[in-house]
Design a protein around this ligand. Structure first.
Ligand SMILES: [Zn+2]
Length: 308
């Protein structure tokens, strides 16, 4: 009887990708990473919620930023959000199987080159990782729409609206691994006879694994995507970033000749949100460097007219 109850409990909930049941408990970071990344005995988690009123320069913290140290390595953490049969042992396992050796070589800073198909596999693995991390974070941190997960599942590639950059990192602050996720929902109040309200969602994910730095930007709105891509193109360290998705090179040569340093990773992770959204005092930066970061930062903003 106990076994039966347990089984029924296990099958509760729906897969975040296919909507099916029969969920299995999975590591939030691929299990094989533990052979490449030293595990710490604890990791830090940071969060907070902010809101910006229309016309205000800076955000207001609706939940003050705070942090906690959690027992065990972040590599041991698990979630139950993906079905076992169709997704975990199906398409996700295929993606991981194809991408794994490229990820390993990037973590170790080894030289290699990959074609378009292999770049797609790598981007798909980053897509899965980015989405799982959203669900590993606190409730309310999810800004990637369900349609994007469906595209990833059906095509084994991220949607073309996603932007993924990779770089080679050798530093201390984000070593041996770090993860920072900034989810934002926004809306601009309707004024006069404007035809529609601008509202949408976006998220920025920055993570490091060994010598690999990954930066992922997604938004539900084309104009925000364009604005962000052009911001990255103008950024002072943009030549050190390799655009992985959408694919622009037939062959990706690794590693890039220039390295990303600590302050440059911080700049990539935080500057745009601080400058564009007035988000000051983000948790986890820069004073708390001694523990692994798994930050979950919740935000909602009402944008002032002059920003758009
Ligand atoms: Zn599924």
């Amino acid at each position: 009887m106990v076994e039966k109850t347990k089984k029924r409990f296990r099958s509760q909930g729906h897969c975040i990708f296919c909507g099916g049941t029969g969920l299995s408990k999975e590591h939030i970071w691929s299990d094989w990473l533990k052979d490449l990344i030293p595990g710490n005995s604890e990791h830090g988690e940071y969060w907070g919620s902010m809101h910006r009123k229309s016309g205000m320069k800076d955000v207001e913290w609706t939940e003050p930023s705070s942090s906690s140290a959690r027992q065990g390595s972040v590599l041991q953490r698990k979630v139950r959000i993906v079905c076992e049969r169709r997704c975990n042992n199906g398409w996700m396992s295929r993606v991981v199987g194809r991408a794994k050796r490229h990820v390993e070589r990037m973590i170790l800073g080894q030289a290699f080159q990959i074609d378009r198909k292999e770049q797609t596999d790598l981007a798909a693995w980053i897509g899965i990782t980015t989405i799982i991390q959203e669900f590993a974070n606190r409730q309310g941190a999810r800004r990637i729409p369900h349609e994007d997960r469906t595209v990833l599942m059906n095509t084994e590639a991220p949607p073309l609206s996603w932007s993924i950059w990779v770089a080679r990192y050798t530093g201390k602050w984000w070593a041996p691994m770090g993860h920072y996720h900034i989810p934002i929902s926004y809306s601009k109040p309707r004024t006069g006879d404007e035809p529609s309200t601008l509202s949408g969602e976006l998220q920025l994910t920055t993570f490091t694994l060994g010598e690999l730095l990954v930066h992922v930007f997604t938004s539900t709105q084309a104009e925000i995507i364009e604005a962000y891509r052009s911001y990255i193109g103008r950024a002072s360290n943009s030549e050190k970033l390799q655009q992985l998705w959408p694919i622009i090179e037939d062959t990706l040569h690794w590693p890039p000749s220039s390295l990303f340093r600590d302050h440059e990773v911080d700049s990539l992770a935080f500057d745009w949100v601080e400058r564009k959204w007035g988000a000051r005092g983000l948790p986890g930066r820069p004073q708390e460097r001694d523990v692994l970061r798994l930050a979950s930062w919740l935000a909602s903003a009402i944008q002032g007219g002059r920003d758009n």
